[in-house]
Write a protein that binds this ligand. Structure first.
Ligand code: UDP
Length: 327
C-alpha cells in the first residue's frame, strides 16, 4: 500500500516508516521537521510540509496516489499542553482537521491515528480497557479525544475508515541503534535516566513518592516503539473490514518509576543518582492497558516489549548517539 506517514520523521513515525517498508508498503514521509529529523528516515521520500498546509497535503496525496494515511504529527507533552494549550489546540485539532479535509478532497478514505491513554484521564479501574470512560485531565489528552470524535463523525457522515491507536508509554529504539528517541528538551523517563548513566545529567528526579502504589512511585505500561509500529501495519490491513476501531496498545504490565531506574542500572552497569521530588501535575498514579481488544481485532501481541529489551535498545541508541541525531 502507498501510505503517507504524516509526522513520519519523528520518534514513533520513523520506526513505523521503516516497519511499513519492510512489510511491503511504500511509505512517503510528510513532516515539517519541527520535531522530526531527516536523518531518521534515510532513503525514504520526504515531503517537507506542514499539517496546516492543506493545499500541499492535497498535492502530495494526489501526486503520490496515496491510499492510506498514518498520522503521527502532534505535540505530545502533558506539562506543555497545560502551559501552552493554544499550541495543542491549533496543531493537534485544527491541523488534523486540515488533514482530514485534504483526504476528503482527494478521496483518500483510510487513516490510522496516534491516540493515547491520556484520553482516559484518571481511570476508574486498571488495567484500562477501551470501554472505560474517556475523561482527559489535561489539554493534550483532550485534543486527542477531540480527534477521535472527529474520526467517528467523519466515519458516519463521509465513510472515512479509521483506527485510533491509544498508545501507552512508547519507549525503546531500533535494535540496530541507528534511530531512536531525540527530544529537546527531553522529558521522558527512560531517556532521562539513560542520560544520567551517560554522565550528561547529574541525577534523575523521581516525581512523587507518595502515590498509592507498591513503592509510592507512578506505574506506567511501557511499550516498545517497534511493537507500536507493527500495530499500525496490522491496522492498515484491517481497515477495509473493520472500518472504525479504537484499541489500546500496551503490554498489560506496569512498572514503577523505581523499577525502571533499577532496570537501567542493571543494563547499563552504571551509577544512576536519584533525587526525590514532588509529584508532577497531571500524572495519574497508574496507567496500565488491557490490550485484549488489539489482540482480538488485530492479532497484535507485543513481541519486543520486555522492560529489559526496551532499556537495552534505548541504551544502544544513546551510546551510539549521545547527542541524538546531532551526533
Ligand atoms: N518521571 C519521573 N522523572 C522524570 C520523568 C518522568 O519521575 O524526570 C515519571 C513521570 O512522573 C511518570 C513516568 O515517569 O510517572 C513516565 O513519565 P514520562 O514523561 O516518560 O511519560 P508519560 O507517562 O508522561 O507519558
Amino acid at each position: 500500500m502507498r501510505v503517507l506517514v504524516v509526522g513520519g520523521a519523528g520518534y514513533i513515525g520513523s520506526h513505523t516508516v521503516r516497519y511499513l517498508a519492510s512489510h511491503g508498503h511504500e511509505p512517503i514521509v510528510y513532516d515539517n521537521l519541527s520535531l522530526g529529523f531527516e536523518e531518521a528516515v534515510p532513503g525514504f521520500r520526504l515531503v517537507q510540509g506542514d499539517l496546516h498546509d492543506q493545499s500541499l497535503l492535497e498535492k502530495t496525496l494526489s501526486e503520490y496516489q496515496i491510499q492510506a494515511v498514518v498520522h503521527f504529527a502532534a505535540f505530545a507533552l502533558v506539562g506543555e499542553s497545560v502551559s501552552e494549550p493554544a499550541k495543542y489546540y491549533e496543531n493537534n485539532i485544527i491541523g488534523t482537521f486540515r488533514l482530514l479535509q485534504a483526504m476528503r478532497a482527494c478521496n483518500v478514505q483510510q487513516i490510522v491515528f496516534s491516540s493515547t491513554c491520556a484520553t482516559y484521564g484518571e481511570p476508574d479501574r486498571v488495567p484500562i480497557d477501551e470501554t472505560q470512560r474517556q475523561c482527559p485531565i489535561n489539554p493534550y489528552g483532550f485534543t486527542k479525544l477531540a480527534v477521535e470524535r472527529m474520526l467517528q463523525d467523519f466515519h458516519r457522515a463521509y465513510g472515512l475508515k479509521y483506527a485510533a491507536l491509544r498508545y501507552f508509554n512508547a519507549a525503546g529504539a531500533s535494535p540496530l541503534g541507528d534511530i531512536g528517541e531525540d527530544h529537546t528538551p527531553e522529558s521522558h523517563l527512560i531517556p532521562i535516566v539513560l542520560q544520567v548513566a551517560l554522565g550528561q545529567r547529574s541525577h534523575v528526579t523521581v516525581f512523587g513518592t507518595d502515590y498509592p502504589t507498591s513503592d509510592g512511585t507512578c506505574i506506567r505500561d511501557y511499550i516498545h516503539v517497534n511493537d507500536l509500529a507493527a500495530a499500525h501495519e496490522l491496522a492498515l490491513q484491517r481497515l477495509n473490514d473493520l472500518p472504525a476501531m479504537e484499541v489500546n496498545l500496551g503490554t498489560g504490565h506496569g512498572y514503577s518509576v523505581q523499577e525502571v531506574i533499577a532496570a537501567c542500572r542493571r543494563i547499563t552497569g552504571r551509577e544512576i543518582a536519584v533525587e526525590f521530588g514532588p509529584r508532577r501535575p497531571g500524572d495519574p498514579p497508574q496507567l496500565v492497558a488491557n490490550p485484549a481488544r488489539a489482540n482480538l481485532l488485530l492479532g497484535w501481541r507485543p513481541e519486543c516489549s520486555s522492560l529489559e529489551n526496551i532499556v537495552q535498545t534505548a541504551w544502544n541508541w544513546h551510546l551510539r548517539h549521545p547527542q541524538g541525531y546531532a551526533t
